[in-house]
Design a protein around this ligand. Sequence first.
Ligand code: HEC
Length: 138
Amino acid sequence: MKRAIVAAVLSVIALAGFVRAIAQEQDKEVPVDARILAYDKGPATINVSKYPPDMQAKYKLFAKKCTNCHTLARAINCEFATDDEWERYVKRMMRKAGTLISADEGKQIFEFVTYDSKIRKKALYDKKMAGQPKTPGF
Ligand code: HEC
């Protein structure tokens, strides 16, 4: 009888420790790369006054939806420039965001960032595209 009580108490203690370990694991913030944190400190807005009206509207959506978890500066000052890079990343951010960014909103944000990259990041965009094979591989 006594042994059964001791065993029960021990298993409760073990279980509590296990639950606490899981809770701590979930609280732990995934450390963000120093490279990425540096983007947060760059310019926080884009001057879109010369962009067409539809792009100005998409910029507003981008500024609203992409600031839920981090600064807009992060999305503005990153090294992504090509359509492929943006497609991959906007999709990744949409997955992280759950229902926050709808498929249509994701598409509009993608249209804005790819348009903006070809103007504001033209040098980087051209450099990256120059490295791409002219004809499809294989
Ligand atoms: C649900 C939270 C969340 C939302 C919403 C979100 N992000 Fe992020 N973003 C993160 C996290 C976390 C990181 C850190 C690195 C990672 O996990 O990719 C990050 C990193 C980034 C980076 C840096 C990536 C790199 O490796 O250089 C860019 C650019 C970025 N986000 C753009 C966006 C854009 C554009 C949107 C809007 C479509 C957006 N984010 C919305 C969570 C979010």
